[in-house]
Design a protein around this ligand. Structure first.
Ligand code: ADP
Length: 216
């Protein structure tokens, strides 16, 4: 199947699953009104399951958007504004983790605003999610690399063993599945987005010493 066909397949699946999930969520809401204290835990578990499925469907939707991109959607994109908008989307996570986020002046590139925003949001969210014992510290920078820009997002988190540096970019590959929430699609989506922009993405990292994600 071509990427375009996969995109149509995923869009239909996500749409149908979402409408089923909405029905379940509505019924769960009604059920919790009828229930006693004893069963509150049960509805709480249902609510948690609904929230996880909603997040997975959002991740599938974003992966689908990154499968096939029309050239006509490209234009000049000021990446500093993209970073500001991505940070405002994850503002509550930044606040809850007491993270410090800095960025150097960032360039304007030719690209798709929405996809670039998803790219930065996914990488920044991971930097907060896979944090170490001290509050997360994220630094975003960009340097000229021949006729391209090379962006770097550095964190002070738990780090990634070298043997997984390639694997983490494949769909559903997760190294911390049991204790952290997530879909395993974030970096696979980032890879697609970067490749649509004619670039590549990679990580440099050592366990316990943070990670830096680079992309051109
Ligand atoms: P997830 O939804 O699990 O975060 P991703 O595709 O974004 O999926 O990442 C894949 C896996 O790579 C994660 O489950 C995590 O184990 C690892 N990972 C990603 N980003 C980082 C990071 N900044 N620091 C440490 N590990 C990371």
């Amino acid at each position: 199947m071509s990427d375009r066909d996969w995109q149509q397949f995923l869009d239909t699946a996500v749409h149908d699953l979402r409408s089923q999930l909405r029905t379940i969520a509505t019924s769960c809401g009604l059920l919790s009104e009828e229930m006693s204290d004893n069963t509150a835990e049960l509805t709480q578990r249902l609510d948690d399951g609904i929230a996880r499925m909603t997040a997975l469907l959002k991740a599938l939707d974003e992966y689908s958007l990154a499968l096939h991109v029309e050239d006509s959607s490209f234009g000049p994109v000021p990446t500093e504004s993209v970073v500001r908008s991505a940070l405002s989307e994850i503002a509550s996570m930044v606040k809850d983790t007491a993270a410090i986020v800095d960025y150097t002046p960032l360039p304007s590139v030719n690209g798709n605003w929405e996809l670039l925003s998803t790219l930065f949001r996914n990488l920044l969210t991971n930097g907060l999610q896979y944090r170490g014992p001290s509050p997360p510290r994220l630094t975003i920078s960009a340097e000229r690399d021949d006729d391209a820009w090379r962006f770097a997002i550095r964190d002070n988190g738990i780090g990634i063993d070298a043997r997984y540096h390639d694997q983490i970019f494949t769909p559903f590959k997760r190294l911390h599945a049991s204790d952290k929430s997530g879909s395993g699609l974030g970096l696979a989506t980032c890879k697609r987005i970067v490749e649509h922009h004619g670039g590549r993405i990679w990580v440099e990292s050592t366990i316990g010493d943070g990670s830096t994600f680079f992309f051109t």
